[in-house]
Design a binder for this molecule. Sequence first.
Ligand SMILES: [Zn+2]
Length: 279
Amino acid sequence: MIFIEPHIHMYSRTTDDYQAMHKAGIRACVEPSFWLGSHRRYAGTFFDYFQLICEFEASRAERFGIDHFAAVAYNPKEAENTPLVDEVLAGMGPYLDHPRCVALGEIGFNKINDAEAYAFRRQLEMARERDKLVIIHISHTDKVRCIEQMLPIIEEVGHDQRKIYLDHNTEDTIGLALQHTDCWCGLTVYPISKLDPSRVSAIVHEHGPERIIVSGSADWGISDPLSLPKVIAAMRQDGHDQATLEALAFGHPNAFYSQCPAWQPRLDLEPWPIELRQP
Ligand SMILES: [Zn+2]
């Protein structure tokens, strides 16, 4: 089975992870911009990072047979520094136009406050003006309040909701997200905290697979770049049909990202041979 991992932060992962991902059948992935472990003080630090995930990370992944794309944005966790938000957004255009950038993201809320709402709205507007796909991050806590604050902003900005991937839903928000938007709705699976494969399976049994995207969202924390294949294996055991499994493994992330012309994943890449050093 071939997988597309639609949300993963390979910047924080090792080459072992790329090897394991290829072995598990992952052939393409998307890396949204995220928090780097400390708050950035300079706009240039963002720009260098955007360039790194669009270029170096793509070439690193290619060595291991995986086609890597990126999404560029000012992330919610640093959004309280409004002057820096303005400075970064003023210079972000060329990175959004990069041939490996398939979306603007991830944007959204962390603490759910006015400064974050400002950065969120401005970037949604940028995405609408550029007709760019968007990846939205629902806060880790207080998710229902987060989505209730987001939905009116999404409505007001008026970007095509089929071009929005609203990620990090749980049982508490998925019904709300599916019923009140036309967005693709993400479920993120972690080894600890967040959702596990059995909860994803139950959500899909209850709501159906339509417009659902599953990701591992692996990053610096305890996380798993093989979450998506593990979820599909668990769902197979749990009685989901083949069409559902293929939709979540490949069809849905491919349908979402295919709305961006830059998304032309090469699924036939092979890992480069590893030449062992002679003794
Ligand atoms: Zn993320």
